[in-house]
Design a protein around this ligand. Structure first.
Ligand code: PRX
Length: 666
């Protein structure tokens, strides 16, 4: 792990590093506390005493067309309903009301292209284009409740399409642009989605990538008719790819210039969007989020945790293709009327100081990223941020995976100048927004620990029987009460929703429902929670959640492969990397070309993010006497850790052989 890695830090501040290393806790600077949206620690008690009505505080951040009657309805738990009777529109909350309040000329989205182009959309501009595209979608036949799939990289048309869908009450399902054609098809089929908005291509490290070709290939795997729209991102460069029956985004916008589309009043519980995520089985889960609960929770956490204010320039450097981008690039910040930055490219293009250049240039106040990025910055060295004036920053955040204390302290020192609190935010696609983190204007920070549960969230660490465990011991994270941003179900699959999240620790007879996020964790005497990682067959590669079963089924789909096991091995920058152990069919030589076909098979089924770090051919997999693969052992082998007891194995001799094959390939 990065803890042991050589830091290429050459700035000679070893003394400072040493002092920070000894320091276990950090308090937010007075200058931050004075201006914080939430600065009173009484908020925890206030939420507890007033639960569930405390959540009105979140709902009050929004404008409702129709006031809700009930904060929480729990008669049909765990199918909870929030703010029932209420009606609202998400795009009106993110756009119209700010324009009406005089913020028409404030920047809503500041976009930075990889090659240096920029585009700024004021709230007025954004509203206009959202209305025009909403009108176009309607003309193409999109009706309320139709699922529209959006398969686009980080270009402004992605949030525009999201808000246009929201405006007409059509849930969107965004598929990460890095996912493969097959992954797109699987998600469109699962959601019966008859509409697709995509683009011709985009830039990565200076190269124009052909995205349309991938989208077309995906469409060939969709089992129903699809109407598609293509955004022309690359201009002349790849124009020739726009050759089929798809509609051209720019033409649609031109045809609908000046259109005005009334935002549809949606019931609070109506679906705002679907987001597919990986789980234990090979089939991705369609997480359903609602209009009232999700939006109020995204807005509330942006206000309380990210301390977003309308006058800020706020930057969440995630991709909108993941939940982080939905909640904290689009919905949360825009609901609060701030300026949200979007960056198209990679952090090291053209140089490794790109992000810091953008922070300086735009005077960014708040910066939110993933530990994997911080570990890469740390590896590159502090000379890159030092070239820039980062003094506009007042708050930093991390999300997606555990952050090791060393990376935390590097971020605190070299990016935050020891003057910005850091919020280490634990949450999931399913939770809709942050759940466990310090409040930056209130809490003491402990590097490596996310912090206490947010006000109103009852997170507890339990043992296998559901009993709360002692401080310091490792156990399972649970959430013992509902919250507005929670998923409502898995799309068209209530049974899987119950089985995946509620079955483990709930007591149905006594109507006690406990949400199980499938993470291991421990808690300390101050109630601070440290997340230990997933306890299901999901691995976290660079903050991206991947199902090992999905990867395994891609590998066994490659001709000549008999069996495969996939685990996460620890990786200095990515956190975890994909390790695959493969048994080939009789007579199939383990050649380089076989390895390539396996890697290709995974990239075709999922995308380059799932690319195996290592393909280890083995004649057998270590199995228990009952025939179960000992994954723990494969994980230890991948991470180069000391192996535990192998005596319960049916085939202990295979372990040394696998270890030898891994070290051979190093
Ligand atoms: O294991 C936890 C890890 O990421 C998982 C959720 O992944 P996903 O749904 O893709 O959402 C990621 C962005 C919210 C969790 O089950 N995780 C997320 N945040 C943290 C984390 N692990 C440790 N610390 C965090 N701050």
């Amino acid at each position: 792990m990065a803890e042991e890695s050589g830091d290429t830090d050459t700035d000679g501040d070893g003394e400072l590093e040493a002092r920070l290393a000894d320091q276990e806790t950090f308090d937010p600077p007075e200058s931050f506390v004075e201006q914080a949206n939430v600065a009173d620690d009484g908020i925890y008690e206030e939420f507890e005493e007033n639960w569930p009505d405390c959540w009105e505080r979140a709902a009050n951040l929004l404008s409702w067309d129709q006031e809700y009657e009930t904060v929480l309805e729990d008669d049909d738990a765990p199918f909870y309903k929030w703010f029932t009777g209420g009606e609202l529109n998400a795009s009106a909350n993110c756009l119209d009301r700010h324009v009406e309040d005089g913020a028409k000329n404030r920047a809503a989205i500041k976009w930075e292209g990889e090659l240096g182009e920029t585009r700024t959309y004021t709230y007025g501009d954004l509203l206009n284009e959202v209305e025009e595209f909403a009108a176009a979608l309607r003309d193409l036949g999109v009706e309320e409740d139709d699922v529209v799939t959006l398969y686009m990289p980080m270009i402004p048309e992605l949030p525009i399409a999201m808000l246009a869908c929201a405006r007409i009450g059509a849930p969107h399902s965004v598929v990460f642009a890095g996912f493969s054609a097959d992954a797109l098809a699987t998600r469109m089929n699962a959601a019966d989605s008859e509409y697709l908005v995509t683009c011709d291509g985009y830039y990565r490290r200076g190269d124009a990538l052909n995205h349309k070709e991938k989208a077309d290939k995906g469409l060939r795997g969709v089992d129903h008719e699809v109407t598609s729209v293509v955004v022309d991102r690359l201009g002349d460069e790849l124009n020739h790819f726009l050759g089929n029956s798809a509609h051209d985004y720019d033409e649609l916008i031109e045809e609908h210039a000046g259109a005005s589309v009334e935002p549809v009043s949606r019931d609070a519980e109506d679906m705002l969007f679907l987001m597919y995520t990986s789980g234990t089985t090979g089939q991705p889960k369609g997480v359903k989020h609602t209009t009232g609960g999700y939006l109020s929770y995204a807005a509330w956490t942006s206000h309380a945790v990210l301390d977003v204010k309308p006058e800020d320039t706020y930057w969440c450097a995630a991709d909108i293709g993941w939940i982080t981008g939905h909640s904290y690039i689009v919905y949360g910040p825009l609901a609060l009327g701030t300026t949200s930055m979007m960056y198209e490219g990679t952090p090291d293009y053209p140089e490794r100081d790109r992000l810091w250049e953008l922070v300086e240039k735009n005077g960014v106040d708040i910066f939110y990223t993933a530990p994997t990025a911080i570990r890469a910055f740390m590896k590159w060295g502090s000379q890159y941020p030092e070239e820039h004036d980062l003094s506009s920053l007042r708050l930093l955040g991390t999300v997606g995976e555990p952050i090791n204390p060393r990376a935390w302290k590097w971020y605190y020192t070299h990016i935050g100048g020891e003057n910005c609190p850091i919020v280490d935010t634990w949450w999931q696609t399913e939770t809709g927004g942050m759940m466990i983190t310090t409040l930056p204007g209130v809490g003491t920070m402990k590097p490596g620990s996310a912090g206490p549960p947010l006000p109103g969230i009852d997170a507890r660490i339990v043992d296998t029987s559901g009993e709360q465990i002692e401080a310091g011991d490792a156990g399972y994270l649970t959430v013992q009460n509902p919250w507005p941003g929670m998923l409502r179900t898995l799309y068209q699959n209530d049974e899987r929703f119950l089985a995946e999240y509620w079955q483990e620790y709930s007591d149905e007879e006594s109507d006690e429902w406990v949400y199980f996020p499938e993470d291991g964790a421990k808690i300390d005497d101050d109630g601070y929670i440290t997340i230990l990682g997933r306890v299901d067959d999901v691995i976290n590669v660079s903050g991206h959640r991947l199902g090992t079963m999905e990867i395994e089924s891609a590998i066994v789909g490659v001709e000549g492969v008999a069996e495969a096991a996939v685990v996460g091995g620890s990786h200095e920058v990515k956190g975890q990397a994909v390790y695959t152990y493969v048994i080939l069919e009789e007579g199939q030589g383990d050649s380089e070309s076989m390895r390539e076909r396996i890697v290709e098979g995974v990239e075709d089924a999922i995308g380059p993010i799932a690319r195996p770090e290592e393909v280890v051919f083995t004649p057998e997999l270590p199995k228990t006497r009952s025939g179960k693969i000992m994954r723990r052992l494969l994980e230890d082998l991948a991470s180069g850790e000391e192996l535990g007891n192998t005596s319960t194995l049916r085939n202990p001799e295979i372990v040394d052989e696998i270890a030898a094959r891994i070290s051979d390939s190093d």
